[in-house]
Design a protein around this ligand. Sequence first.
Ligand code: PLP
Length: 450
Amino acid sequence: MSKKNEAFVTLNPDEMPTSYYNIQADLPEPLPPPLDPSTLKPINPSLLERIFAKELIKQEVSQERYIKIPDEILDAYLRLPRPTPLYRARRLEKYLKTPAHIFFKCENFSPTGSHKTNTAIAQAYYNKKQGIQRLATETGAGQWGTALAFASAMFDLKCRIYMVRTSYQQKPGRRIISQLYGAEMFPSPSDQTNFGRKLLKENPNHAGTLGIAITEAIEDTVTHDDTRYSLGSVLNHVLLHQTVIGLEAKKQFELIDTFPDVVCGCIGGGSNYAGFCFPFMMDRLKGKSDMEFVACESKAVPHTTKGTYTYDHGDTGKMTPLIKMLTIGSEYACPPIHAGGLRYHGMAPAISYLICNNYMRSVAYSQTEIFEAAQTLARAEGLIIAPETAHSLRFVIDEALRCKKANEKKVIAMNYSGHGLLDLSAYEQFLAGKLVDFEPERIVVPTYIP
Ligand SMILES: Cc1ncc(COP(=O)(O)O)c(C=O)c1O
């Protein structure tokens, strides 16, 4: 006897989106342009061609609402597999005794365990098509590194990854996976670049940061003709590629005749949450919906709750253009929280704009709070969530409990950006009561624009 699966809302392969959604077409005003640090004038996009594949630069500044996804990318998405299911977390609802309905969009099913493959595949494809042979990038705890290593293997590209030294040493899981895919991995600061060598000379045991690893990957790129740089978050084209998540989710909610009241997700550089929420935000921007948008970050890296909306560099070595974003300063030494993917000083310009213009709000949580939420989920649903994603889960649980008190039947939708099966040492520390919570005492954001 067949039974209808009410836990998962699925789409057929032929229902997968065939275009990305570009929110730049619908914002009330253009995003402030990136500036050349030497002139403080808008940067000429062609100057970026030595760093990024041409098609990605085109996408970065495009104002077209929809950008067609090439067949080769669609084929690679089908094999992740996409479309990913939308899951109704009924056991969590029951556990919390809430009248709220909780939905997760399952990006944790990809081979490397997170949403990062959606843009890694697109970036590898466009670089390959341009004849580039090698990609360079950075990674923190390794989610982005594994995704780019995977996509490089699929598109037959060489891949060089600068991995923040503390993660390289303490969290070998994703390093090993990336090496298995064929990527070259170096702990950052490394002896492979001038910037890395300079820092190692000052401190041979330098722990590294994402901002430093970005500088190293860019230096590597500009010193190797066959190489282009690839970034896993923050930039418009990365957010664009992630919109397959929200475009699918929108169709899935339509299929079950349900519409979320609140759409939430965690934010490091902003890509998974942007990808999930922008297709819903389109309706809000056009005045067709009053949906609530909540971005969830770490109290240790409070770029949107305590940051400044200003022009800042994307890296520590100041090699990137100046970007207008919510930032806590590119020299901020992000504390060693377990949610490595949330340890970045700046926020994507589009998300920054939406927060500063009150289309979206943001909230911040400590490590202990988010691991408690993760433990609740493990007990209620058996799911082991990524520490990054657990920041939005904390919001989901708090909101569901508030709904219980108020007897409110709200529909809460969360992007389940990744699983935590390679984060078990963090869970071990949580269970042993050894987690330390961090909050900056002082935030200094340099001013680059007089
Ligand atoms: C599972 C997971 N979620 C979220 C993030 C945060 O990145 P972003 O804000 O770009 O989605 C990361 C980053 O590595 C991640 O691995």
